[in-house]
Ligand binder design. Structure first.
Ligand SMILES: Cc1ncc(COP(=O)(O)O)c(C=O)c1O
Length: 296
């Protein structure tokens, strides 16, 4: 039996419908070239978490690929809130995920950017599927791989084939994520940022074109400051990943999540080996407190 498609609300170029009924042209450049930008905004208690940060990243990414931003902030907010209310009315879901995708639009197939295409705006909303209680309690397993993606991983592009191939390497092993290393240094994971805890400090790779600037990169800086954990972005060699006291993932849906096995080896040292550690626990708690404070 094929997996049934979700029957959730969506909005295509301003028209609301069920996602299973929405249709785009086969000449849409999102379909032909993956020529588009996307954004994923978490929703807690029907309110959008760090909405302005997500919207600012959407605008920055659209500018990077020269797609005009189709809406002012108030319009984006209105559309997102409408989707959230529709899903809540349909399913009762309080915690949700809003997906936004803007492609360059429909045009005759040609690699060069069409001068007059109108961007296609697709949005949908799904109930949030947070990590399970088991994953929270025990942490998750990951595998590592060479980062074979293109060199503009900073662009939140819908061209995700590299990320899809990377993710499948872990899926094939029943693991939660694939942690990527380029030229011997940590970049990120297939759909998460990756953090190393060393001597009580949270370390992440520096901002660059090699990885996405996750919304949680700045959020974790703020949470570290709040709870008194040192935070530093600096190049992280593979050896530091493998000898970490703790390893963490962050993303819109994982929030922060402990990695307790990497390539079959337990992460960490001593009594905490293979278990979620104290830095994870403090950041997870701080994250839960931030939800109500930072949602609109
Ligand atoms: C490749 C990649 N890196 C990092 C992240 C984390 O970003 P955010 O915290 O904005 O969800 C994501 C999110 O999906 C991602 O796809």
């Amino acid at each position: 039996m094929p997996t049934p498609l979700p029957d959730v609300p969506c909005c295509l170029n301003g028209e609301f419908s069920r996602v299973c009924d929405a249709k785009v042209s086969v000449l849409d450049r999102g379909f032909l070239f993956g020529d588009g930008i996307y954004e994923v905004v978490p929703v807690y208690g029907r309110r959008l978490f760090r909405f302005d940060e997500h919207l600012a990243r959407l605008a920055r990414n659209l500018a990077k690929v020269r797609i005009p931003d189709p809406h002012p902030r108030e319009q984006w907010l209105r559309l997102c809130r409408e989707l959230v209310q529709r899903l809540a009315a349909q399913t009762g879901a309080e915690d949700q995920v809003v997906y936004i995708q803007v492609t360059r639009g429909v045009a005759p197939r040609d690699h060069a950017m069409p001068p007059d295409a109108v961007p296609t705006v697709f949005m949908m909303v799904n109930p949030m599927r947070p990590p399970t209680a088991e994953q929270r309690h025990h942490g998750v397993a990951c595998v590592s791989a060479r980062d074979f993606r293109w060199e503009r991983a900073d662009i939140k592009s819908t061209s995700l084939l590299g990320n899809v191939l990377a993710r499948q390497l872990s899926a094939d092993h029943g693991a939660a994520e694939t942690i990527l290393l380029r030229d011997g240094f940590l970049t990120e994971a297939s759909s998460s940022n990756v953090w190393v805890v060393h001597e009580g400090a949270l370390l992440g790779p520096p901002k660059s074109e090699r990885l996405l600037e996750g919304i949680r990169v700045e959020l974790l800086r703020e949470l570290c400051e709040e709870v008194g954990i040192a935070y530093n972005l600096r190049p992280i060699p593979e050896a530091d990943v493998r000898s970490a006291d703790e390893l963490l993932l962050s993303s819109a849906t994982k929030e922060v999540l402990a990695v307790t096995r990497l390539d079959g080896e337990a992460v960490g040292h001593g009594a905490l080996r293979g278990k979620p550690g104290p830095v994870y626990a403090r950041l997870y708690e701080a994250y839960q407190r931030a939800k109500s404070r930072q949602s609109i």
